[in-house]
Ligand binder design. Structure first.
Ligand code: ATP
Length: 235
């Protein structure tokens, strides 16, 4: 479904991605793990077209989207739940979800909202609460819910576990598995929480200073001594 071929991304003189090749197949959960500054967020942002790749190609179902504008990427069926969540703080939970349904034209709003509430009952309980007053974990649920409202074919998740209480992290990872299984949605998940991410991923890549240094099945990498030593210490 999605292919990155030898993608390079630069911020001025800094080369954040130094020739990254990654593939995501239809129906998979693929995870990218790696430490701080490895280039994980840059990879997702490059797929979304901002910043654009300086070299290499990004293909979505065979179509070259390397130079496609971010607005058009959403309309091609790629939706991102960004790092830091970026929900609308002054808007209610429901209004945030309405914003998410704009790319899909709001046509299936009721049906899609009910799906989000089934996935995250906590959001239903807080339907009229302002986004800014939700807990970190609830904001993450809202961020994922909002991304789902666009009816994507490919969902990009940037560190959904960041700064969240362990019990909510579990709920969020369970929800990711459920979205993948029930809705058949393809998911690319970027995570520092390598243990949780590898547990649910069909396949995984390890990114280190802008390069893929290892790839394999999620379970395979979970059992790999090098991965364990570098990313799973204490995990
Ligand atoms: P983290 O988990 O800390 O977010 P990451 O793996 O997502 O890390 P990126 O945020 O993609 O890493 O950063 C990759 C590299 O690019 C880092 O060296 C970072 O300092 C640099 N970088 C990221 N954004 C910018 C920017 N806007 N301008 C300049 N350099 C940047």
């Amino acid at each position: 479904m999605l292919q990155l071929e030898d993608v390079h991304t630069r911020y001025g003189n800094i080369e954040a991605l130094k020739g990254v090749s990654v593939e995501v197949r239809q129906g998979e959960i693929v995870t990218i793990i790696g430490s701080n500054g490895a280039g994980k967020s840059t990879l997702l942002m490059t797929i979304c077209g901002s910043p654009q790749a300086a070299a290499g190609r990004i293909l979505l179902n065979g179509e070259d989207i390397t130079r496609t504008a971010p607005y058009d990427i959403v309309h091609l069926g790629i939706s991102q739940a960004p790092e830091g969540r970026r929900i609308f703080a002054r808007m209610s939970v429901l209004e945030n979800l309405q914003m998410g349904s704009v790319p899909s034209g709001g046509r299936h709003f009721e049906e899609d909202v009910q799906k989000v509430f089934t996935l995250f009952p906590r959001l239903k309980e807080r339907i009229n609460q302002r986004g800014g007053t939700l807990s970190g974990g609830e904001q993450q649920m809202l961020c994922i819910g909002r991304a789902l409202m666009a009816r994507p074919r490919l969902l990009l998740l940037d560190e959904p576990s960041l700064g969240i209480a362990p019990i909510l992290v579990r709920q969020i990872f369970n929800a990711i598995v459920e979205i993948n299984k029930e809705q058949g949605l393809t998911i690319l998940l970027v995570e520092q929480n390598a243990f949780q991410a590898l547990k649910i991923a069909h396949r995984a890549y390890v990114l280190s200073t802008g390069r893929v240094v290892m790839e394999g099945a999620g379970r395979e990498l979970l059992a790999n001594p090098e991965v364990r030593a570098a990313y799973l210490e204490g995990g």
